[in-house]
Design a protein around this ligand. Structure first.
Ligand SMILES: NC(=O)C1=CN([C@@H]2O[C@H](COP(=O)(O)OP(=O)(O)OC[C@H]3O[C@@H](n4cnc5c(N)ncnc54)[C@H](OP(=O)(O)O)[C@@H]3O)[C@@H](O)[C@H]2O)C=CC1
Ligand SMILES: CC(=O)C(=O)O
Ligand SMILES: [Mg+2]
Length: 757
């Protein structure tokens, strides 16, 4: 896109449909006169009086505890310089947006017309009671240092100048990983820091804490190298003044290992890069234009590890990765400060996260096949959903250990759960299944592990400790893909077609034949069948060499279900299997059956389907409330289809009077409690929230679940096969990595349940 197009697009984005990027949203009901009497006078006086009695009550009755001020005077806006408070507002609104979307923190952006240090400090102190924390932003050095130091001393809420410490934390994490990749020794690194402002000074101080050596660092400002013999140095610049006899950035960069740019755009040339040592680490972090453009740097040297502050290239080293999560952790324990211990905890947590395998949704957002720790991925991406539950706990814990937390956390699992809830990362039901899977890890065979996405799912199962994957498929392909995605764990691999597995094929073949010999299979045929992955995998589960099986990714459902039904026995008392989809709808979880197996179930089948689905609901820790759906309500239309549902319901009512099952009923009545109560007060579903929908036939169930998926964007787990004697599950053709991970976690819980029986 041309520069003028980009400019136009950016201006339009900010102007339309409403000017700006954030707004205030009420969090309480306000529809009635009664609501307003609580929200405002007279009701509002009660919390006022409580807070007047004890100021701490402000955290109980107002939004203070989750409200951060993003405050600037506009003197160092990005790398645009001193453009004034009004012109800084888009950046501050932008920070507000990022705080909200990444960490669910509310922000008031405040642009202060005060360049005088005392006046600025007075202003911030005067408004501080409103906020749970203060994020200072884009205030130039050296004033930024005094402002932050004094506000930290004088206020009892966390104050952080983001350009200093946010940047320091992120760049230190990236530097730590870049050093690891190049195998360099931090104590020997020759580091050039260009810029000696708020960001550069604080970053360099943190690198010293990580082990960098002051004598090996040369810092430059707009006048060149900061030498000991220069006059009028600020105390911060004097901290990094060098004895070395160098004057210009160009001279300083010769044989350097690391370049840190926190200055201004386009001031490093390809020649300067070429003069650096082997495997140079270059962080050109000036915004929006880096000290040297990413593409130019990469084209100049192929041994470089290159990062910028921008989102449009690999390795975005930008404080966006820090401030939302740092404040989240600090607010959640009511930390009075953000101290060195908390900063270092953030550095290590971020650096470590980059080494773990990346969730598929991150690959998708960034249009990558597979992001792996390495030269082009030294630091997590801002859209990584794990940041919200990995970084704040590290900060909160460090705050507690260093004695600055007024409200310590004791239940860390509950805290992680709360963080996930805040970010809307996955649904509660899925998290519950994951947590239960972790408690007793089961061996899960992935029958198509020679497919990239299946292998990625297995990798996540391994790394997130959800289960113990067993990989099935062409061994050489699996090994190659494993290497490609950085799946280093040593997990069992089986290739059913190879000689290596002939003993297993024979054994499985005999076991299979014993159950099929009266159904037309010969022993020779049976043994031959075991070369096929789904028979082999199913038999692994049957003979107890695995606890669960996931398959179906690469072949159409009917071709997968057949070997499964031939190999795996049905549960006691079950003559037909069925399938259920759990849809995570905006109204809550909803179980739909039979979505994929029985074309036109009989009344007897419907009874079984309802019972098997109810058992699945219980596995999720919920109580089933079952609506048997139709186009008719309680006998309003007499025809074959509604009649069979009536029969099924009456059977259930006679034999299982405590089951909450009713119908036949139309979908809108089933899902609308008021309508149901008004028209059919006699129904067993009256006063209940329906969470199971049993359909009269496969067509209606299948169409509904696909509509929900496409039109409501409802996440789905399933189809889950009901009625087999083993934890065997078939995913949809081409299922996503997330879908397979969820299904594998479910299979694991399924296997745990069967063990208990
Ligand atoms: N990627 C990220 O996350 C972040 C990036 N930044 C970027 O860092 C830069 C500095 O920000 P900040 O520290 O807040 O601002 P400051 O105003 O505090 O500091 C700017 C510094 O840059 C120096 N500088 C300006 N021009 C040159 C030059 N040609 N050569 C060498 N040094 C120069 C100034 O020198 P002097 O002291 O002589 O005036 C000053 O030391 C900005 O571009 C900003 O966008 C900042 C924070 C986060
Ligand atoms: C990213 C940032 O805070 C800056 O460039 O100032
Ligand atoms: Mg900034």
């Amino acid at each position: 896109m041309s520069n003028s197009r980009k400019r136009h697009e950016a201006l339009l984005y900010h102007a339309k449909p409403k000017p700006g990027k954030i707004a205030v949203v009420p969090t309480k009901k306000y529809a009635t006169q009664h609501d307003l009497a609580l929200a405002y006078s007279p009701g509002v006086a009660e919390p006022c009086l409580e807070i007047a009695k004890d100021k701490n009550n402000i955290y109980k009755y107002t939004s203070k505890g989750n409200l951060v001020a993003v405050i600037s005077n506009g003197t160092a806006v990005l790398g645009l310089g001193d453009i004034g408070p009004e012109a800084s507002k888009p950046v501050m609104e932008g920070k507000g947006l990022l705080f909200k979307i990444f960490a669910d923190i509310d922000v008031f952006d405040i642009e202060v017309d005060a360049t005088d240090v005392d006046k600025f400090i007075e202003t911030v102190k005067a408004i501080a009671p409103t906020f749970g924390g203060i994020n200072l932003e884009d205030i130039k050095a050296p004033e930024a240092f005094e402002i932050e130091t004094r506000l930290k001393e004088e206020l009892d809420i966390p104050v952080m100048h983001d350009d200093q410490h946010g940047t320091a934390i992120i760049s230190a994490a990236a530097l730590k990983n870049a050093i690891e990749i190049t195998g360099k020794d931090i104590t020997k690194l020759k580091i050039i820091v260009n810029g000696a402002g708020a960001a550069a000074i604080s970053c360099t101080r943190l690198y010293l804490e990580l082990g960098a050596v002051r004598e090996n660092i040369i810092m430059c400002d707009s006048k060149g190298v900061i030498r000991k013999d220069r006059d009028n140095l600020t105390s911060q610049k004097a901290e990094f003044a060098t004895h070395q006899d160098v004057n210009t950035l160009e001279e300083a960069m010769q044989n350097a290992d690391v370049f840190i740019g926190l200055s201004t755009g386009n001031i490093v040339s390809p020649e300067m890069l070429l003069s650096m040592g082997k495997n140079p680490i270059v962080f050109a972090m000036a915004n929006p234009v880096p000290e040297i453009e990413y593409d130019l740097a990469i084209a100049t040297r192929d041994d470089i590890i290159m990062a910028t502050g921008r989102s449009d290239h690999p390795n975005q080293v930008n404080n966006v990765l820090g401030f939302p999560f740092i404040f989240r952790g600090a607010l959640d324990v009511r930390a009075t400060k953000i101290n060195e211990e908390m900063k270092l905890a953030a550095v290590h947590a971020l650096a470590d996260l980059a080494k773990k395998s990346v969730p598929e949704q991150v690959n998708i957002v960034y249009d990558e096949v597979s992001l792996n720790f390495g030269k082009e991925y030294i630091i997590p991406k801002p859209f990584d959903p794990r940041l919200i539950y990995e970084i704040p706990p590290a900060i909160a814990k460090a705050a507690m250990d260093s004695g600055v937390a007024l409200e310590p956390i004791s239940d860390w699992d509950a805290y992680r759960e709360e963080l996930m809830e805040r970010s809307g990362s996955g649904s509660k039901e899925i998290r519950q299944i994951h947590n239960r899977a972790k408690r007793n890890k089961k061996r899960i065979v992935f029958a198509e592990a020679d497919h990239l996405d299946v292998l990625k799912a297995a990798q996540r199962i391994q790394e997130e400790k959800l289960g113990l994957p067993i990989l099935l498929g062409r061994k050489e392909v699996i090994l190659e893909l494993k290497e490609e995605i950085g799946f280093t764990a040593d997990v069992p691999i089986f290739d059913p077609k190879t000689d290596e597995e002939s003993e297993r094929r024979d054994r499985f073949g005999v076991a299979y034949w014993e159950s099929r010999q009266r159904k037309g299979r010969t022993l020779t045929e049976a043994k031959k069948l075991m070369r096929e992955r789904n028979y082999f995998a199913a038999m692994m589960v049957n003979v107890g060499e695995a606890d669960a099986l996931i398959t179906g990714y690469s072949r159409p459902y009917p071709t997968v279900i057949r070997p499964i039904l031939e190999s795996i026995q049905k549960d006691n008392g079950i003559s037909k299997v069925a399938a259920c989809n759990l849809m995570l709808t905006k109204q809550g979880p909803m179980f739909l059956a039979d979505t994929t197996i029985n074309l036109n179930p009989t009344a007897k089948d419907l009874v079984k389907i309802s019972q098997m689905t109810s058992n699945l609901v219980k596995m999720f820790g919920m109580k089933p409330n079952v609506a048997m759906l139709s186009f008719s309500n309680f006998g309003s239309t007499k025809n074959e289809s509604s009649q069979k549902i009536r029969e099924a319901v009456s059977y259930i009512h006679r034999n299982f009077p405590n089951a909450v099952v009713d119908g036949e009923i139309q979908a809108d009545f089933a899902l609308n409690p008021e309508m149901l109560a008004k028209e059919f007060p006699f129904s067993k579903l009256n006063g209940k929230k329906v969470n199971v929908l049993i359909f009269p036939n496969l067509e209606s169930a299948n169409i509904t679940y696909k509509l929900l998926k496409e039109m409501q964007g409802a996440e789905s787990i399933g189809p889950v096969i009901l009625g087999l004697s083993k934890a065997v599950h078939i995913v949809q053709l081409g299922a996503s990595v997330d879908e397979m991970v969820n299904m594998a976690a479910l299979a694991c819980v399924d296997a745990q349940q069967r063990e208990k029986k």
